[in-house]
Write a protein that binds this ligand. Structure first.
Ligand code: GAR
Length: 216
């Protein structure tokens, strides 16, 4: 059983999907604590409702990033966490922290990385006129939104979509792939080779999708 801490900053819908997945008896990970840098994060209530210990480590209380990261690290140790999932955690962790937890931190990002790192991903995807968008779960490296990709999910962009409803559609996919990716990690089925994650026993769909579908 893998003991996981979840780091959040806000709404916590990905946290909720992980809470629900971990509730299944045969799920190979359990959530030992939730840490938020934002005392107002709604995700804290979700954790409390599920009887998961919570902690607020407010970045505003620290002089620099190193001190903030150190406080997070201490809290992780007191939760006895062995693995970390960033779930809408909007602070950048410095390279010392990431190195200490190397290959033991997952992040979810609302784009098909390496496209559209950073914020406002669906606005930028729409501006760029891409036909597909989606989300990525990856292993965290010190550079923002970089690291071996575990799972991605894609959907076709409808020209009628605006950034809000596109984000909502992508979020639904996030809730599917994040628990799946955590499960693969907890089962020890992921090996990292350079910047690639190789998944043991995975099946890869052969059929491509074309969007838009041309009509005569
Ligand atoms: C999610 O869309 C997540 O992918 C994104 O923030 C949202 C959090 O929603 N994360 C990032 O942009 C990190 N780079 P949630 O709080 O409801 O899970």
């Amino acid at each position: 059983m893998l003991d996981v801490a979840i780091l959040i900053s806000g709404h916590g819908s990905n946290l909720q999907s992980l809470i629900e997945a971990c509730a299944a008896e045969d799920f190979p990970a359990r959530i030992v604590g939730v840490i938020s840098n934002n005392p107002e994060a709604y995700g804290l209530e979700r954790a409390r409702a599920a009887n998961i210990p919570t902690s607020v480590v407010n970045h505003r209380d620290f002089d620099d990033r190193e001190a903030f990261d150190e406080a997070i690290d201490q809290q992780l140790r007191s939760f006895k966490a062995k693995f970390i999932c960033l779930a809408g955690f909007m602070r950048i962790l410095d390279s010392r922290f990431v190195t200490r937890w190397r290959d033991r931190i997952l992040n979810i990002h609302p784009s098909l990385l390496p496209a559209f790192k950073g914020l406002h991903t669906q606005e930028r995807a729409l501006e760029a006129g891409v036909r597909f968008t989606g989300c990525t779960v990856h292993i965290v490296r010190p550079e923002m939104d970089e690291g071996p990709i575990i799972l991605q999910a894609a959907l076709a962009v409808d020209p009628e979509d605006d950034a809000d409803n596109l984000s909502a559609k992508v979020l639904k996919l996030e809730h599917v792939i994040y628990p799946e990716a955590l499960k693969l990690m907890a089962q020890g089925r992921v090996s990292i080779s350079g910047n690639r994650a190789v998944i043991d026993g995975a099946r890869y769909p052969e059929q491509g999708i074309i969007s838009p579908v041309p009509t005569s």
